[in-house]
Design a protein around this ligand. Structure first.
Ligand code: NAD
Length: 316
């Protein structure tokens, strides 16, 4: 079976690729190596696979319909992971968010419909919910994103629904809640804090640090994707979370413990795009897909810090 992973050189996509390769699938990646963060990091994420016979990297853009048409001819399944991420995206970048996350998704869905694709798994985000009206957040929670990123992921979801329900393309939408683990994006809190802690520098916390996040370990997100891949369901939207939440102050405490340090925070004004709390209700994902998060946040943080220390040691 041939599988396409869009954005497969990124944090989450590269882990999905590893799992698929280990299970013997032929894996194709389309990634444009967008400069949101270092292209070198993205190249490192997939370097270990480049000589594998069942792996092919295509440097290209999901808005290129000709490229998609040609690539999708031989594909069975698509994991659509590519996006411009980041809830703090600036006003001046709003068109890029729209281009990558809405136009890109629309191009891909059109070409999937015109080829023989059996299923699309779309990486969405808890950002589609906006400020929580209640916790934990289930899939029926109102959808009022407060960032360009969240709005464009929601638009992507709406297109998925039309392609699936009206045009019959099987699609599963997975809403991830703050994913962390090895290869995490450098702009995300756990990665940023760990980098600063290991350098002995102070950590900036936006707001008073009492905002909470449901942190989800990457292995659970990969399992969520594999469950969606193997499920008979033809349409559905599911939260993929870690199932527990932590304040940013608690997060810093855990990172300090794992690193054996006592780095103090500097509190800065809250930023646009950041919601106060996230916490996933994953009952629906459990009921339909059999998803149960396995890695609790404390264990995940220890694993992440071990990995980050090794990276520093190896000069990566
Ligand atoms: N990391 C998280 O906490 C998180 C949370 C919720 C949802 N998500 C979603 O998961 C997915 C992956 O996120 P990530 O954290 O791994 O981000 P990432 O930036 O590491 O990965 C995204 C990849 O997509 C590629 N890409 C972007 N635009 C493209 C385009 N037009 N054509 C081809 N490739 C393109 C980038 O180069 C990058 O390698 C995204 O869809 C994101 O919205 C992530």
């Amino acid at each position: 079976m041939n599988v396409l992973v869009t954005g497969g050189a990124g944090f989450i996509g590269s882990h999905i690729v590893d799992r698929l390769l280990s299970q013997g699938y032929f894996v194709f990646v389309i990634d444009n190596f967008d400069n949101y963060y270092s292209q070198e990091i993205k190249a490192n994420n997939i370097r270990h696979n480049q000589d594998k016979k069942n792996f092919k990297l295509i440097r290209g853009d999901i808005r290129n319909s000709d490229l998609l048409r040609e690539t999708l001819k031989d594909m069975d399944i698509v994991f659509h992971v590519a996006a411009r991420p980041g809830v703090r995206g600036r006003l001046q970048d709003s068109r890029i968010y729209h281009e990558f996350n809405v136009t890109g998704t629309l191009c891909l869905l059109n070409e999937c419909l015109n080829s023989n694709i059996k299923k699309v798994i779309f990486s969405s985000s808890s950002s589609v919910y906006g400020e929580s009206k209640y916790l934990p957040i289930d899939e029926k929670h109102p959808l009022n994103p407060i960032s360009f990123y969240g709005a464009t992921k929601l638009a992507g979801e709406k297109y998925c629904r039309i392609f699936s329900e009206i045009y019959g393309l099987p699609i599963i939408v997975l809403r991830y809640f703050t994913v962390f683990g090895p290869r995490q994006r450098p702009d995300e809190a756990i990665c940023k804090f760990t980098r600063l802690i290991l350098r002995g520098e102070r950590v900036e916390i936006y707001g008073n640090g009492e905002q909470t996040r449901d942190f989800t370990y990457i292995d659970d997100v990969v399992v969520g994707n594999m469950l969606a891949f193997n499920s008979e369901t033809k349409w559905g939207t599911f939260n993929i979370g870690g199932g527990q939440r932590l304040s940013i102050n608690e997060l810093l405490k855990l990172l300090n413990e794992a690193c054996g340090t006592n780095v103090m925070p500097v509190y800065c004004p809250k930023t646009i795009g950041d919601v106060s709390n996230t916490w996933a209700n994953v009952d629906e994902a459990q009921r339909i897909l059999g998803y149960v998060p396995k890695v609790d946040v404390r264990t995940g943080i220890k694993k992440y810090v071990e990995w980050a220390i090794n990276q520093v040691g190896s000069g990566s």
